[in-house]
Design a binder for this molecule. Sequence first.
Ligand code: NAG
Ligand code: NAG
Ligand code: NAG
Length: 441
Amino acid sequence: MDSTGRSKLKLSVVACLYVIIVLYSSVEQVSCGAERILTQVRPRIVENHSRSKHDENPVQKSVQRCPRRCLCYFNVAYCASKQLTILPAKFPPGIKYLHLSKNKLKIIPRDKLGMYPSLNTIDLSDNFISQDGVKRRSFANLALLKRLHLNGNKFTHFPSSLPPSVVELKLDNNSISVIQSESTQPLGNVTSMDLSRNKLTNAGIRNSAFLAFRSLVNLDLSFNKFESFPKDLSSSIEDIRLNNNRIKYVTTGVFRFPAKIHHLNMRGNKLKETSFSYQSWANMDKLIFLDLSENNLLFVPGVLPRSLSILLLESNNIENILEWSFSSVPKITQIRLSFNNIRHIDPAAFASLQNLQYLDLAHNQLLHYPSNMPINLQAVFVEFNAISNVHGDAFCPAYAQTTFQRSKLNMIVLIGNPVNRRSLFSAASYCLSSAEVLVFD
Ligand SMILES: *[C@@H]1O[C@H](CO)[C@@H](O)[C@H](O)[C@H]1NC(C)=O
Ligand SMILES: *[C@@H]1O[C@H](CO)[C@@H](O)[C@H](O)[C@H]1NC(C)=O
Ligand SMILES: *[C@@H]1O[C@H](CO)[C@@H](O)[C@H](O)[C@H]1NC(C)=O
């Protein structure tokens, strides 16, 4: 049997026996890989409820006092969902973790929580607290407080008098429209802040109020009402979520100094290709992940940060991929363009992207399998297009020396295309090696 015949045989075995199972498990693996990247970029802080060796022994603890409707266990008091309207008293003296979420609290009385200076975490989420319910000494004397959860309350302004020791601050799901710099000034130790699902606008951020967060790493501003990228952010930020706002422009002045930001989510805004200029990305030369999905892009934006590794452009209105569409992102490893209206791809568009490994063109209107793919590409997703013919050299890498040069492709997903099998088998006999998975229906 000649090598072409062998390749055909392997191909049909793969196609007939493994079709769907191989496909879906592999797809999952690849998208898991992508998720893993995301998780690495956004570290989560995990609460540690285990006892430190300085805690008193459990026998002593079990006879400790505890408010009537709460459960106390070691250094934890659990009072969630108890219809509480006033803050309970008489917690165990060494308490570290206080759970008060889903109650009906409106006011945090002054100096009450300060009676428990060992508090590390207070969860006051889903209550009825507004800025009027937080007094000047509501959180006084809590020098060890690291985590404060005030999400799902009634704040319309960023509360003042929050404890300066706080590292993780949750204020999401309130109605905050104004942030004054006087209230943010003491919060220089906050590393993770969630302000998603509020009513923030650009004008509501007064006097560069965000600059005070000198240690901020993770900032969530998603589901607000920003119309342009908020200015004067702290250069310490590594990960910012601005998805689901109304952003039309990324103007200059986002970061005053070279910033550490590597992960930026701007999905679900009103961005066009004209929304960006070279100045938009000033001081963002560490950015590796950019999500511009679900915007109003007709073309791939011509000016993107050169450092990008992962670019998401799903669910826009892109019709054509031009020769220079990706020339501003030479280091790109992953491009996702699914759910656009792509009909035409210039043969030179991807060819010289030496680092590109993953290309998603699913749910577009391609008539041909895109050829001239870069040498290191490993996975191509083109399901649900209108691909019928696969050209003979379609799987051969761009600038191949011979028609037999093997590509590194190990996954090609062709489901939901009216593929002509004869053209597919013939194309596959050239540059695919036997380990590759090829799927169609
Ligand atoms: C939790 O804290 C204990 C004691 O302080 C420590 O030994 C343990 O490693 C911590 N666990 C995690 C997951 O941080
Ligand atoms: C927002 O907060 C309310 C309580 O104020 C809660 O019922 C709701 O589940 C929260 N929504 C989200 C998305 O967290
Ligand atoms: C802020 O963090 C620094 C470094 O961890 C620490 O020394 C300082 O005491 C913290 N400030 C407050 C107010 O807790």
